[in-house]
Each structure stands twice: as C-alpha cells, then as structure tokens.
Design a protein. Structure first.
Length: 37
C-alpha cells in the first residue's frame, strides 16, 4: 500500500513540476517579447 501511495505522490509532484516549467517558459517568452519592443 505504501509503495502505491509514494508512486502516486511522485506522479503528482512530476505533473506539478511540468506545469510549472511550462508556465515559466511562457513567462520568459513574454518578457523577451516585451524587451524586443
């Protein structure tokens, strides 16, 4: 039971990390666009 819980927890953390990195990339692109203007 514990291994399943740990596995699901890791998957959730990975999903959050992926979402956060995509948000950061979008913010960086917006900042670059603003700097170019």
């Amino acid at each position: 039971m514990e291994t399943i819980f740990l596995f699901s927890l890791m998957m959730i953390i990975l999903a959050i990390a992926v979402l956060n990195t995509s948000k950061v990339e979008k913010l960086e692109k917006r900042i670059k666009q603003l700097e170019e203007k």
